[in-house]
Design a protein around this ligand. Structure first.
Ligand SMILES: O=C(O)CCC(=O)C(=O)O
Ligand SMILES: [Fe+2]
Length: 260
């Protein structure tokens, strides 16, 4: 298939067929299919001066130009919203609100649309998508029905019910690393026992690939030193993407590590 994600082992884009992953090693493979695409700076109406973006790779279906136009347009609007939210996060970290502006000029801003068929296997035997944390700085999700669950600190899974005209916002691993665990990534999963097909649309937002993920000053001290190696956001994205792909596509028989 022209858009099959397996065509590009180091990228997460393209079509991910159903039953391709099993993040938590359940009896049955995870029950979702997805189409992922990268942010293309050319579609970003707000693009300011900044470091040149990494070359953009996508696997758009050639026969469906409206598909690319519609999804790319929605993504451009979300990039604008995410830039504004980045300012709110800066204020929450006791920084000037513009402190992160130069990190989100050519951001990591990939998206996916997901389809979860109705699950008939038990919750113990299958996930829609297995428990995991996202990679970038934060994620905004739209969803059309029940199924998403997040793990609380006390170990309880909590259902995240859809609320009309709203996004679910999850902290992701790059923000956790840069804030030295002041912000904690949300462990989440989907189990679609709602009795209807479920559709969702997560938007993954992170700093420019060239950004060195140095610790946020308010999050480190002599008694709370920085725990993570300082690498660029791009190095971290690429390492995680490769690892996720290796554990999924083509590795059904040998997968032995859990995402969470
Ligand atoms: O479908 C959802 O609500 C969440 C999907 C998700 O966690 C992901 O794609 O990383
Ligand atoms: Fe996720």
């Amino acid at each position: 298939m022209q858009v099959y994600t397996g065509l590009l082992p180091d990228e997460y884009i393209g079509y991910h067929p159903i039953h391709e992953y099993n993040a938590n090693e359940k009896k049955y493979q995870d029950l979702y299919e997805a189409y992922n695409w990268n942010y293309e700076p050319a579609t970003d109406g707000n693009l300011e001066q900044g470091p040149p973006p990494a070359p953009v790779v996508n696997l758009w279906p050639a026969s469906m130009p409206a598909f690319q136009k519609t999804l790319g347009g929605y993504q451009a609007a979300l990039v604008g919203l995410a830039r504004r939210m980045t300012r709110m996060f800066a204020l929450a970290l006791q920084l000037p609100e513009t402190a992160f502006d130069s990190y989100v000029e050519t951001p990591e801003a990939s998206m996916r649309i997901l389809h979860y068929p109705v699950q008939t296997a038990s919750r113990d035997d299958q996930n829609g998508i297995g428990a995991h944390t996202d990679v970038e700085h934060f994620t905004m999700i739209t969803q059309d029905c029940d199924g998403l669950e997040v793990l609380r600190k006390d170990g309880q899974w909590v259902k995240v019910r859809p609320v009309a005209d709203s996004f679910v916002v999850n902290i992701a691993d790059c923000f956790m690393r840069q804030t030295n665990d002041t912000f904690v990534s949300t462990v989440h999963r989907v189990i679609n026992t709602s009795g209807r097909e479920r559709y969702s649309c997560p938007f993954f937002f992170g700093f420019n690939r060239a950004t060195l993920m140095t610790p946020i000053p308010s999050c480190v001290s002599e008694t709370n030193p920085h725990k993570y190696p300082v690498i660029t956001a791009g190095e971290y994205y690429q390492w995680r993407t490769k690892r996720q792909k290796e554990r999924g596509l083509g590795a059904r028989a040998t997968r032995s590590t859990q995402e969470v």
